[in-house]
Design a binder for this molecule. Structure first.
Ligand SMILES: [Cu+2]
Length: 157
């Protein structure tokens, strides 16, 4: 009962003093929500997910963030083989994944872990490659989404 009355009074105030009320609301709801990855340099997105698709010979998404102790699953949605291979020396993985199959890895420690496919990418994170941010370690330079990078795969010659 009392809450009904209060709500009525609140709405009335909103109708008359709307601007002040809106300002108060946004100011109150902003702090506390941030998870701390607000450095949007270059527009490459970092997604909060533990599921990565291998499709079109790319990892999708290319930059993910998970909590410490999370298990990341890579699913091969292409009809041919890929690998999930460590490209940084802070972890150790080299799994071949056939089309339709998946592989997982549990990241026990905070850090940034580089990943590539040995068939379609390079350990320098050219081609098919990605980054996994774990815990409170931020990915400082997320990988670009497209193929417009300065590396065009000519390093083999
Ligand atoms: Cu591949």
């Amino acid at each position: 009962m009392i809450s009904m009355i209060r709500r009525r009074a609140f709405l009335g105030a909103a109708a008359t003093g709307g601007l002040a009320l809106v300002a108060g609301c946004t100011g109150g709801s902003n702090p506390g929500g941030g998870s701390g990855n607000g450095n949007g340099n270059g527009g490459a997105a970092i997604e909060e997910t533990s599921s990565v698709s291998m499709t079109g010979s790319q990892f999708d998404p290319r930059n993910i963030h998970v909590d410490t102790g999370a298990t990341v699953t890579w699913t091969n949605d292409d009809g041919f083989d890929h690998t999930v291979t460590s490209a940084s020396d802070n972890w150790d993985k080299d799994s071949s994944v056939a089309g339709g199959e998946e592989t997982t890895h549990t990241f026990e420690e905070s850090g940034v872990y580089d990943v590539y496919c040995t068939i379609h990418g390079g350990s320098d994170l050219s081609g098919m490659s990605m980054k996994v941010g774990v815990g409170d370690t931020a990915i400082e330079s997320p990988l670009g989404g497209g193929s417009s990078g300065d590396d065009d795969g000519g390093g083999m010659y």
